[in-house]
Design a protein around this ligand. Structure first.
Ligand SMILES: C[S@@+](CC[C@H](N)C(=O)[O-])C[C@H]1O[C@@H](n2cnc3c(N)ncnc32)[C@H](O)[C@@H]1O
Length: 258
């Protein structure tokens, strides 16, 4: 998918950071020059436009807009902070404060932010293969400022890498991270928000391969964790035998303990 980068109409002083953002993601930057996004798309034969705003980049695709927001992580962590509600993903991963956590399917980054919150002394890497998703989330996590310092701290600790986990894992040394996490696009999607539908149109929807799980088992020291629908055949296919979930939750976590 060809994607170009430009600024919003109110662009004074915004060209320099927008150029830096475009260069960092390997996208072409084009001057807005008061043109509509539609005419820019036509002129540059692009399918989507990343528009640089002071609050962070916004992806325009068709009539929809997609941007980074830490709302889902905020809600999960607030339920934990205020009511002690156990986060199922945190439980499946059994975080220890200094763990190194590799999220192989970063997406909107909610799970990575939750992991980061529980790993104040650890390291958190997020791999994302879709160039648009990686770039929006990488810069969104840098630029979004919440009134909650714990949320800002959790976002800023994450290193986002635009990479396909298949290639990345192959090049990693044995036993070099503690937990490896997969949350692929579900084979049978649960009907979800507008944001999730749009993510589906730019995300990589390939299933996780058996070779990738074998590599993850080699690279992880403690656990490999897979999130899927609780009725998914993926757990069986990929060799996840220890399944954690709750009765009323359509989502479950498969864990391979090393
Ligand atoms: C369901 S989303 C992840 C959502 C994320 N856990 C969250 O909390 O927001 C799956 C993401 O993984 C990405 N992905 C799929 N296959 C990948 C691969 N081989 N390497 C890296 N990223 C991949 C997709 O592009 C998509 O953005």
């Amino acid at each position: 998918m060809k994607i170009i980068v430009t600024t919003s109409y109110r662009k004074q002083g915004m060209s320099a950071p927008a150029r830096e953002f475009a260069e960092d993601g390997g996208f072409v930057f084009v001057n807005r020059a008061d043109q509509s996004l539609e005419s820019l798309k036509e002129e540059y034969k692009a399918e989507a436009v990343l528009v640089w705003h002071q609050q962070g980049p916004i992806l325009h695709l068709g009539n929809a807009k997609w941007f980074f927001h830490p709302g889902a992580a905020y809600n999960r962590l607030t339920s934990f902070r205020k009511m002690g509600q156990v986060d199922l993903m945190a439980k499946a991963c059994a975080f220890q404060a200094e763990d190194i956590f590799l999220d192989c399917t970063l997406g909107l980054g909610a799970d990575a932010i939750v992991a980061s919150y529980f790993l104040p002394g650890g390291k958190i890497w997020g791999l994302e293969t879709s160039p648009a998703v990686a770039q929006v989330v990488k810069w969104g996590m840098k630029m979004y400022t919440s009134r909650q310092t714990w949320l800002n701290d959790a976002m800023r600790r994450i290193t986002v890498l635009k990479s396909n986990h298949r290639d990345y894992l192959r090049n990693m040394p044995d036993a070099s991270v503690d937990i490896i996490y997969f949350d692929p696009m579900f084979r049978k999607p649960l009907l979800d928000s507008q944001n999730m539908l749009l993510l589906r149109s730019v995300a990589d929807t390939e299933p996780v391969s058996i070779e990738t799980v074998t590599e993850a088992i080699r690279v992880a020291r403690k656990k490999v964790v897979l999130k899927e629908r609780n009725d998914s055949g993926e757990f069986d296919r990929l060799g996840f035998t220890h399944i954690q979930g709750s009765k009323n939750n359509p989502i479950a976590y498969g864990v391979i303990v090393l």
